[in-house]
Ligand binder design. Structure first.
Ligand code: GUN
Length: 288
């Protein structure tokens, strides 16, 4: 495997240690405890795992964690009433509503009811607009984690060709904005892109965020490119056991790439570390 492994797990541990230090200073010097409220509607197993992990890591960083687990049949008005309460609560600095929401709930309406200053996901339309115009905003956690790893590996990204495969509001679009902000030449590719293999082969930085297991093979990767794999897909492995794989075929891509993130242990841990960092940022901004 010629590619350098980008160790997101170790990087995330360093980010969390910095966050914990900052939290200690906020408590000792200003009497502040950053608080994160996480709202989960329903019992989607993957969402339950993420929410548990977020709660645990929030507490480990010395912050207050408020979990709100609601029945799958919760009405939109009840959910909006809870968000209004959290918006008004001075102990809550960050609010995250776990997505996807059950189909009877309007995700856009719900997300846009969060106070933008507490929107630690960066999904509120105000934060989307601020990011798109290069203004100070809350930045979505997964793309922020990817950008931090890229900056750490390369230093400057200026002038590099970046291809983001996937156009979701959660990852693909904000990732493209962040790379543009760092002066990359950015292409957003997706399922309808013509000659996707050719487009990918032009990338110095290839970010895969499509949610399709091992979709990108090594011969789509430019030799020496940096591959960031956002995918977390559970697939059937040997003897009926499930295993986690990314959106790129790791073995063949690692033969060609200059650097690559593994799954698990790449982008995933950085997402939660950035969520904690965003919560501390929200707490600091709220308190001047
Ligand atoms: N579901 C999958 N990823 C995310 C995320 O980053 N934030 C929220 N709120 N829900 C998600």
């Amino acid at each position: 495997m010629p590619a350098t492994l980008i160790d997101g797990k170790a990087f995330a541990a360093r980010v969390r240690a910095k966050v914990a230090d900052h939290v200690t200073r906020l408590r000792e010097e200003h009497g502040l405890v950053p608080g994160l409220a996480v709202v989960l509607v329903g019992e989607d197993p993957a969402s339950q795992v993420y929410v548990r992990s977020k709660g645990k890591q929030t507490a480990e960083a010395g912050m207050a964690s408020f979990e709100h687990k609601l029945d799958v049949k919760t009405s939109e008005s009840d959910l909006l009433a809870l968000i209004a309460k959290l918006n008004a609560d001075p102990e809550v600095h960050g609010i995250l509503v776990q997505l996807p929401l059950p189909a009877h709930l309007d995700s856009d309406l719900v997300i846009n009811s969060i106070d933008p200053a507490k929107d630690v996901d960066g999904f509120h339309i105000s934060n989307v607009g601020l990011l798109g115009t290069g203004q100070k905003s809350m930045v979505p956690c997964t793309p922020l984690g990817c950008l931090m790893m890229l900056r750490d590996h390369h230093g400057s990204l200026s002038g590099m060709n970046a291809v983001v495969v996937g156009r979701s509001n959660i990852v693909g679009k904000p990732m493209a904005q962040l790379l543009l902000g760092d002066s990359c030449t950015v292409t957003i590719a997706h399922s309808r892109t013509r000659n996707l293999a050719e487009v990918c082969r032009g990338a110095d930085i290839l970010v895969a965020a499509v949610g399709r297991p091992e979709m990108i093979p090594g011969d789509w990767v430019k030799p020496g490119a940096t591959v960031i794999d956002v995918g977390i897909n559970r697939v059937e492995g040997a003897e009926g056991k499930t295993r986690l794989v990314g959106d790129v075929d790791f073995a063949s891509c690692a033969e060609v790439a200059g650097a690559i993130t593994p799954v698990p242990g790449g982008v995933g841990p950085m997402t939660i570390a950035c969520l904690l960092a965003n919560t501390v940022t929200a707490c600091c901004r709220a308190n001047g």
